[in-house]
Design a protein around this ligand. Structure first.
Ligand SMILES: [Zn+2]
Length: 237
């Protein structure tokens, strides 16, 4: 990992200089004013990476992510603000909810990619979309699922479904490999400051992520059908 281990490392984003609401000193992006130690309002933009002091990298060391979280939690935990002013108590609650969210997002490689796409494109949700090279397979699977739900040729169909389940899980594993590769490419593009490469990688990440969501939904449908849960039927597709 290349990122600095200093907790004060900035996000790299040029934020407007902020002054401390209590002493007027330069507070920058710090949680606590460097001059008087007073807790500061969270930044306007919800940036999970900046919140834990990481550059916008996708390959983050899990141990370091946890360390940063615990370190920052100790600084702003609402328990330490019980005897402070109302404003400080509110700010510590806000900061701690931001921090918890950032930790939830950054500890998970897929959530991390999702957050990056949101920050880079402004899109909030990834819609599940069948990968274009799987149209045929999707069609076949739907037929098998229908037969299974209609309890036709039960034994044979179940065997088929189990094979399908395995096949789709392998596809999911392949997409996860691709996402790992793209994550490495993203980090290199960030380090080089290559804006064109960054745009290309984000678009590829978005594409794989929506394919991945489709695969996850599909596997869930197959699993539910195998388990005989009828609620699989009326969702999605
Ligand atoms: Zn201050």
């Amino acid at each position: 990992m290349t990122q600095s281990t200093k907790p004060s490392a900035g996000s790299g984003a040029a934020a407007a200089p902020r002054s401390c609401w209590r002493c007027g000193g330069e507070a920058g992006e710090a949680w606590l004013c460097p001059a008087c130690g007073t807790i500061q309002p969270p930044p306007d933009t919800v940036d999970e990476f900046a919140c834990l002091g990481f550059p916008r990298h996708l390959q983050l060391d899990a141990t370091l992510v946890a360390e940063r979280f615990h370190e920052r939690s100790r600084q702003i935990h609402p328990d330490f603000f019980q005897t402070k002013s109302d404003r400080e108590r509110v700010l510590s609650l806000e900061a701690s909810s931001r921090l918890n969210r950032a930790y939830r997002v950054l500890r998970d490689p897929i959530e991390r990619i999702q957050a990056l796409i949101r920050l880079e494109t402004g899109e909030r949700e990834t819609t599940a979309k069948a990968p274009s090279d799987l149209v045929e397979e999707v069609f076949e699977l739907q037929e098998t699922l229908e037969r299974a739900r209609g309890h036709r040729e039960e034994g044979v169909v179940r065997e088929q479904l189990r094979k399908e389940q395995e096949r789709w899980q392998q596809r999911l594993a392949r997409v996860d490999d691709e996402l790992r590769e793209l994550s490495a490419r993203w980090d290199r593009a960030v380090d080089r400051g290559d804006e064109k490469a960054k745009r290309e990688v984000v678009s590829a990440l978005r594409d794989r992520l929506s394919g991945r969501q489709y695969l996850v939904n599909t596997i869930e449908d197959v699993t539910m059908t195998l388990e005989g849960r009828s609620d699989a039927k009326d969702r999605r597709h």
